[in-house]
Design a protein around this ligand. Structure first.
Ligand SMILES: *[C@@H]1O[C@H](CO)[C@@H](O)[C@H](O)[C@H]1NC(C)=O
Ligand SMILES: *[C@@H]1O[C@H](CO)[C@@H](O)[C@H](O)[C@H]1NC(C)=O
Ligand SMILES: *[C@@H]1O[C@H](CO)[C@@H](O)[C@H](O)[C@H]1NC(C)=O
Ligand SMILES: *[C@@H]1O[C@H](CO)[C@@H](O)[C@H](O)[C@H]1NC(C)=O
Ligand SMILES: *[C@@H]1O[C@H](CO)[C@@H](O)[C@H](O)[C@H]1NC(C)=O
Length: 495
């Protein structure tokens, strides 16, 4: 058998070593216990010291609409630390400003760029009603216990393309919002560009591009834009970059041309999969999953469950077969998994099976009882399933580095072999490599180590409940915002 690529074959020098102490990467049980304790004390403190009127004028300057409903302002402890303006004359106040270099200004956009799109949720996708996915800040309906798959709070039937809504909602609670654009380190554009892009994919190109062109026209007239030509601006475009990179105006060409507009090229777009040719425009962030913990204690409780889970399958796969070639790795997976008594499968006959109400529970139960979860490429290199696997404590098996390692450099550790397995697709399709044999040769201690690393990644890869005022851990949103601030700071220095 040809040895597979388990060693340090892929290094990503661009990825920074994650900060183990501050980043929530390391979550030993004791830390979880202390976090739970701290959360309780914090809750008690906020009862003893309720919000004061002082926090009211400091609220974020974003439009507040009926969707989603507004929550009470954050308690004074956080609001005070976050929003207090430092006096430039006082050194003490300057050093005490924990928001220095992190202030974000959020545009108050006309509703046609966001809320109107959500109001038209019935028509967002030609073959399904998207309205059930909109409530709760884009998390969708809460999931019940579903056969024990979802114990504890924080589980929702979230659609994979809901990033725009989740990020905008999460931004409302960002601790360092400012109403003064001159003081902002970065500017957030709360437009639902991927919901817009997704709704007209089968219409003419003029229809597909209309709102994006409207948006850049609106932005480029603003004084905030002129400060840096938009190079300090960012937005969420929660689909793959491929959906926004149409080259021609031929209706047969796929997608919108959002990411080709000169103005958007100057910005940073948070996407689910980067544009490999123009990486300065995009930043890949995790796909939204079903878990949206409100506090670190919720994360810890789930991590304990994932650690304790009994994993009766060596490996598993969830997905649909694709018509066409039998020589693809996906076709091989169906063949090899079907022939193995150690492989579990959730097979979607078609896309609507994968989106059925029973799918979240079925997939999470399968992944939660498997040691390895196979993640072949689909239409594009990445899949939401990778993040479902990590959430379930299942070690992802990739067949191409572009499925994760070259994508989520801000969120993932720089050493892929610490938390995942790479079996090159060409080895499976061209060299008859057995997936089962490859995986069963990994020593149990190594499997255990990888699984622990996967479980430690959970807080970095989930989007915390966007309505929570008590997010006390660094989630996928926080890490994305840090990466944006870092990028904009470097652009400023380059001026
Ligand atoms: C997009 O195409 C659909 C289906 O052909 C059609 O019903 C709809 O009116 C079109 N939308 C626009 C804005 O042209
Ligand atoms: C993009 O940024 C450059 C440099 O700041 C600027 O000259 C250019 O006008 C900007 N483009 C747009 C469309 O604003
Ligand atoms: C990258 O973006 C620039 C515009 O900034 C464009 O001219 C170029 O064609 C793009 N490259 C690719 C490979 O798409
Ligand atoms: C999906 O598969 C089911 C059977 O599993 C079938 O009844 C249904 O028509 C299919 N839908 C589409 C859109 O192909
Ligand atoms: C591929 O591997 C399977 C099982 O390991 C074996 O039965 C089969 O003969 C192999 N095929 C080729 C073409 O080597």
């Amino acid at each position: 058998m040809k040895p597979t690529t388990l060693g340090p074959t892929f290094q990503n020098p661009a990825a920074d070593k994650p900060d183990a102490t501050a980043g929530g990467v390391l979550w030993p049980s004791r830390v979880c216990y202390l976090v739970a304790l701290a959360t309780t004390l914090w809750a008690v403190a906020s009862i003893l010291f309720p919000p004061t009127p002082f926090s009211l004028p400091l609220l974020p300057s974003v439009t507040v609409t009926q969707h989603p409903p507004r929550e009470p302002p954050p308690p004074p402890v956080l609001a005070g630390q976050a929003m207090q303006a430092p006096s430039p004359k006082s050194n003490r106040a300057v050093t005490a400003d924990r928001c220095a270099g992190r202030y974000i200004y959020v545009y108050d956009l006309p509703p046609r760029f966001n809320d109107d799109i959500v109001r038209g949720c019935r028509a967002l996708r030609p073959w399904m009603d998207m309205c059930p996915y909109m409530p709760n800040c884009g998390m969708g309906r809460p999931l019940g216990a579903e056969g024990g798959a979802f114990p504890g709070p924080g589980w929702y039937a979230t659609d994979q393309f809901m990033l725009d809504v989740i990020v905008r909602c999460r931004m409302r609670r960002y601790e360092c919002l400012t109403r003064d654009p001159a003081r902002a380190a970065a500017v957030f554009v709360p437009a639902y560009t991927s919901l817009d892009g997704g709704r007209y994919l089968w219409n003419g190109t003029a229809t597909r591009d209309a709102l994006a062109l409207d948006l850049v026209a609106w932005l480029s007239r603003r004084p905030e834009w002129r400060a840096m030509g938009g190079r300090d601006h960012f937005l969420a475009a929660g689909r793959t970059a491929w959906d926004f990179l149409r080259k021609t105006d031929d209706g047969g060409d796929w997608g919108t041309k959002l990411l080709r507009l000169p103005a958007v090229r100057n910005m940073t777009a948070l996407v689910l999969e980067i544009d490999p040719w123009n990486q300065s425009t995009t930043l890949a962030v995790p796909y939204p999953t079903y878990f949206h913990p409100a506090t670190a204690a919720d994360v810890c409780a789930w991590q304990e469950k994932a650690r304790a889970a009994e994993r009766r399958w060596l490996f598993s796969f969830a997905g649909a077969a694709r018509p066409g070639s039998k020589k693809t790795v996906r076709a091989e997976i169906f063949q090899q998994c079907g022939a193995s008594s150690r492989c579990g499968m959730f097979r979607c006959t078609n896309a609507s099976d994968c989106e059925s109400p029973a799918a979240p529970g079925a997939v999470m139960r399968l992944f939660g009882s498997s040691s390895f979860c196979l993640q072949p490429r689909g239409d594009t290199p990445t899949r939401r399933s990778t993040f479902d696997a990590v959430l379930a404590g299942c070690i992802p098996v990739f067949f191409h580095p572009d499925s994760a390692y070259t994508q989520y450099t801000a969120h993932l550790p720089p050493d892929p072999e610490s938390w995942s397995v790479l079996i090159m697709h060409t080895d499976v399709t061209g060299r008859n490599v057995s997936i089962e044999e490859t995986l069963s040769k990994i020593p149990p201690a190594a499997v255990k180590g990888m699984r622990e690393e996967v479980i430690r990644l959970i807080p970095r890869l989930v989007y915390a409940d966007p309505r929570s005022t008590r997010v006390d851990f660094k989630d996928a949103f926080d890490i994305a915002v840090e990466a944006v601030l870092d990028r904009v700071a470097k652009r400023r220095q380059g001026d």
